[in-house]
Write a protein that binds this ligand. Structure first.
Ligand SMILES: C[S@@+](CC[C@H](N)C(=O)[O-])C[C@H]1O[C@@H](n2cnc3c(N)ncnc32)[C@H](O)[C@@H]1O
Length: 270
């Protein structure tokens, strides 16, 4: 058993069976350039993988789980769930000079704690890149499970962890590799509650750039599978590939009347 260490908006746990059904039967190496909560990666246990995310706090977390899981666990045991403690820990990034000096283990531990005790597992920073998620007021949140961290650490051993834009993976792709893309989705409409995952956002141009990378992968003889919204823009952009429609629970909106199933697509080149 191995499950995500953090809650992540857009987490793919509920779609895992659909994704697995739509994966190629055989492939060489596994790539996931928008790793987020890493639900699929931890489920698949790939032997040789490359993961990437734009969020350096998140990739630091995976580096530490990979290389120093026991030190991380020791630090995680020190946290206390109170509002004052939460806001004091959150405030550490207000002084960039001081924050730089904090160890990578402590940063990873802080990231998990804020994620599990902050509001709704959100990750949100202000324009200065400072965490501004309010305290979640959960009575008894599970911050971490020791066994799970150790298991995740094992699964990260043969994994290259990269930080930055999804195009980072391009130079590594070879024939027979498999790439799963779970980018920030195109908003369903102008008023939909689209979460900005990064301080830069992910606009239409980025969606076009991603499509170009998919064409490159296809031309290389590698396989890609991509998740996105079920909207005309995406259906049109990927019209030359196979499109499978799947249903997911709506997770981004907390208004009760907006709950229920929504359609998403899986695009593949095989
Ligand atoms: C939908 S989430 C991924 C969810 C993930 N598959 C899971 O199971 O939790 C999208 C991720 O893309 C990252 N991201 C946003 N813009 C990016 C970019 N230009 N390059 C790489 N990663 C980016 C975000 O930080 C976020 O973690």
């Amino acid at each position: 058993m191995c499950k995500p260490v953090i809650k992540w908006v857009g987490g793919k746990r509920q779609l895992i069976n659909d994704i697995k059904t739509n994966m190629p039967r055989k492939y060489n190496r596994y790539f996931e350039p928008f790793i987020g909560g890493a639900a699929l990666f931890f489920e698949l246990k790939p032997k040789n993988a490359f993961i990437n995310d734009y969020n350096n706090e998140l990739t630091n977390l995976y580096e530490i789980i990979k290389s120093k899981p026991k030190e991380l666990i020791v630090d995680l045991k020190k946290h206390k769930n109170s509002e004052k403690y939460y806001y004091d820990l959150r405030a550490l990034d207000r002084d960039p000079q001081k924050y730089k000096k904090i160890s990578k283990v402590k940063k990873a531990s802080r990231f998990i704690f804020l994620n599990k005790t902050g509001y709704n597992g959100l990750y949100r920073v202000n324009q200065k890149g400072q965490n501004n998620v309010p305290y979640g007021r959960y009575v008894n949140p599970t911050i971490f499970e020791e066994e799970n961290i150790l298991e995740c650490s094992k699964r990260l051993q043969n994994t290259t962890i990269m930080t930055g834009d999804f195009e980072n993976i391009k130079e590594h792709i070879q024939e027979g590799d498999f790439i799963y893309f779970d980018p920030p989705y195109v908003p369903l409409n102008a008023t939909s509650n689209f979460t900005a995952y990064t301080d830069k956002g992910f606009n239409e141009d980025m969606q076009f750039k991603l499509k170009e990378l998919c064409d490159y992968i296809d031309a290389k003889g590698a396989y890609f599978l991509l998740s996105n919204s079920y909207i005309d823009f995406i259906l049109d952009l990927y019209k030359d590939y196979q499109i499978v429609i799947v249903e997911a629970n709506r997770a981004l909106n907390c208004k009760a009347n907006d709950r229920g199933k929504i359609k998403e697509v899986l695009v593949k080149n095989y």
